[in-house]
Design a protein around this ligand. Structure first.
Ligand code: DC
Length: 231
């Protein structure tokens, strides 16, 4: 059977990574969380005081891009690959609300996007990959055999992210999480370089009222149809 490329795009907290991981595991494909790469660069920018509530030094960050190494290492216990920033495991640190509050600004920088897109294309060059993000079906893999665009209401997504953060022990309010979700939706879909848009040939799935199992089965049906077509 031919290996294919599966691109899953959509707004933040639409459950893209959950279904992408499930599908990759089912098919024995590589899973790449492209948002984690933007988050790792954001963490680097925060650690070096290039960004905070009051200032954002784009030039200083761009000058350091060549020194930022982002890699993924599969964690057998967890069953997915964790993100490393210059050889340090930052998987937990990149998921905080603070990183979320800056990441969309970092993702507007064309030099950052150029570097990460190149790396993402390299990771998927042999196909057999499931990648989720905002521009995977439009920019990174415009020829992906299967493109999915996930949506859900902002309130549903904020509640999911809120539950996730509370479960891991973060002290956050639902109001702040909803604000962050709405703000990122706006920035991600209005930026000049590679804004979040549904690719013309993407299949849209609104999962507001779908269980995880229903969502998985829906995507799996699409995968199986695509695999059949590519034979
Ligand atoms: O998927 P996520 O919420 O972890 O992504 C974090 C941010 O990174 C998101 O708000 C926009 C940006 N991003 C992007 O611009 N392009 C991608 N392919 C993936 C993420």
């Amino acid at each position: 059977m031919n290996n294919i490329t599966i691109a899953i795009d959509g707004f933040s907290s639409t459950g893209k990574s959950t279904v992408a991981k499930q599908i990759a595991k089912h098919l024995g494909y590589i899973y790449v969380d492209s948002g984690a790469m933007y988050r790792a660069i954001t963490l680097y920018a925060m650690q070096h005081d290039f960004i905070d509530e009051n200032h954002f030094d784009i030039e200083a960050l761009v000058a350091k891009l060549a020194e930022i190494n982002i890699s993924f290492l599969f964690n057998e216990k967890l069953g997915f690959a964790e993100v490393y920033l210059n050889s340090v495991n930052v998987e937990k640190q990149i998921r905080t609300l603070e990183v979320s509050s800056f990441v969309s600004q970092i993702a507007t920088i064309p030099e950052v996007r150029y570097q990460l897109v190149k790396q993402q294309q390299k990771m998927g060059k042999d196909k057999g990959v499931v990648m989720d993000g905002r521009d995977i079906g439009t920019v990174v893999f415009p020829y992906a055999e299967l493109k999915i665009f996930m949506t859900a209401s902002a309130e549903t997504r904020a509640q999911r992210r809120f539950d996730e953060l509370i479960n891991r022990g973060d002290n956050v309010s639902y109001k702040d999480v909803l604000h962050n979700v709405q703000e990122r939706d706006y920035i991600d879909s209005h930026r000049e370089d590679s804004p979040l848009v549904k690719a013309d040939d993407a299949v849209e799935i609104d999962n507001s009222n779908l269980s995880l199992e229903e969502q998985f089965n829906k995507v799996l049906d699409l995968v199986n149809m695509t695999l059949k077509d590519s034979e």
